[in-house]
Design a protein around this ligand. Structure first.
Ligand SMILES: CCCCCCCCCCC/C=C/C(=O)SCCNC(=O)CCNC(=O)[C@H](O)C(C)(C)COP(=O)(O)OP(=O)(O)OC[C@H]1O[C@@H](n2cnc3c(N)ncnc32)[C@H](O)[C@@H]1OP(=O)(O)O
Ligand SMILES: NC(=O)C1=CN([C@@H]2O[C@H](COP(=O)(O)OP(=O)(O)OC[C@H]3O[C@@H](n4cnc5c(N)ncnc54)[C@H](OP(=O)(O)O)[C@@H]3O)[C@@H](O)[C@H]2O)C=CC1
Length: 295
């Protein structure tokens, strides 16, 4: 979507950049000229992704570079190490993509306290620790940085069976809006993306495992009748991290093929056939006549 070189000179940290959506977005940011630091807990995973993205970038003109630094986002010292290594390698930090997450489906009453804490700590604590660390650095150094948080559609609607994730994503979304109001005076922008289903191994293993996958078609309730493509999400993420979105802050943009709209009171009526609509129309018109005393 953006022109080549649109992110030249920018350095962006992507948490959870070794796999799934974080990897796809990192790939596109690098293509657009950004230098990207990817971080997550598993050093071997981010090293392999960095090798792959570096190889791909070497085939392109004007692509950025990639650095892999291990980090558990629940640990402030490790976050500060990622920032220090990024600044040592690339000079400064311009953007932060909070993408790391943990999640699994479960009836809430089956969860231990530790299970609930594990998800909330990765998603909410990890997001505010990283945002706080980078925000302080930007304010101290007068840098007009940008934060983008990967949220979900149920951060605003809520959802059963993923309650710790909903609690944490909801909290992170309110942080996005609150800090956008507070840090606007420093030129710091914060936005979020709320994706619907985008197939990744991490999400599908934990949210759509067997026997669920054999029992239901996740596209049936999506108005556009398909899941998302990683490139579609990467386009939106790159735009929101770029200067082209310079007047957008505190916003959450949904990218879900219309899935949340399916909750609308009458949206399920797509199952009604044309013959049934003929009958329904006649029935309603009869009732209209009756109410005017013409029946
Ligand atoms: C119907 C169609 C649906 C289609 C799909 C649509 C999807 C669209 C919307 C999706 C929105 C959001 C998506 C995401 O966030 S996807 C990201 C998924 N990726 C990950 O989760 C990657 C990282 N995850 C992990 O590393 C692990 O899963 C974990 C989060 C558990 C953390 O691992 P860790 O090793 O730190 O933790 P433990 O294994 O020690 O577990 C901690 C406690 O949690 C308990 N636990 C773990 N799994 C379960 C389970 N399935 N049920 C109940 N409890 C569980 C575990 O027992 C530990 O607790 P205890 O010590 O008390 O036993
Ligand atoms: N796929 C989808 O349909 C949707 C995804 N999302 C969101 O998109 C984002 C990416 O998810 P997706 O790509 O699907 O799944 P992945 O499982 O591929 O990505 C999650 C990433 O988070 C990292 N991570 C987990 N725990 C930590 C931690 N404590 N510290 C640092 N990194 C951590 C993992 O790496 P490691 O294990 O090495 O630490 C992994 O790279 C998440 O925020 C998710 O909530 C939202 C809506 C829909």
């Amino acid at each position: 979507m953006l022109r080549d070189g649109a992110l030249n000179g920018k350095t962006i940290i992507v948490t959870g950049g070794g796999t799934g959506l974080g990897k796809s977005i990192s790939r596109y940011l690098i293509q657009l000229g950004a230098n990207v630091t990817i971080c997550s807990r598993r050093q071997a995973v981010i090293d392999e992704t960095a090798r792959e993205l570096t190889e791909e970038a070497s085939q392109l003109t004007g692509a950025g570079q990639v650095l892999a630094v291990a980090c558990d986002v629940r640990n402030p010292e490790q976050i500060e190490n990622v920032m220090a290594e990024t600044i040592a390698r690339f000079g400064q930090i311009d953007g932060l993509l909070n993408n790391s997450a943990g999640n699994f489906i479960s009836p809430t009453e089956r969860l231990s306290y530790k299970a609930f804490d594990t998800i909330v700590d990765i998603v909410l604590r990890g997001t505010y620790y990283f945002t706080l660390a980078v925000g302080k650095y930007w304010i101290d150094n007068n840098i007009k940085g940008t934060v983008l948080n990967i949220s979900t559609t149920y951060a605003t609607t809520g959802s059963g069976y993923v309650v710790p994730s909903a609690v944490a994503k909801g909290g992170a979304l309110i942080m996005t809006k609150s800090l956008a109001a507070e840090w606007g005076k420093y030129g710091i922008r914060l936005n979020a993306i709320a994706p619907g289903p985008f197939p990744t191994k991490g999400a599908w293993d934990r949210l759509f495992p067997e026997p669920l996958a054999s029992m239901m078609d996740p596209t049936s309730r999506i108005p556009l009748k398909r899941v998302g493509e990683h490139g579609e999400l990467a386009n939106l993420a790159a735009f929101l991290l770029s200067d082209y979105s310079g007047y957008i802050t505190g916003e959450s943009i949904t990218i879900d093929g219309g899935e949340v709209l399916a909750a609308g009171e009458f949206s399920h009526l797509e199952k009604v056939t044309n013959d049934q609509w003929d009958m329904i129309e006649q029935t309603i018109k009869q009732a209209n006549k009756a109410s005017k005393g013409q029946a």
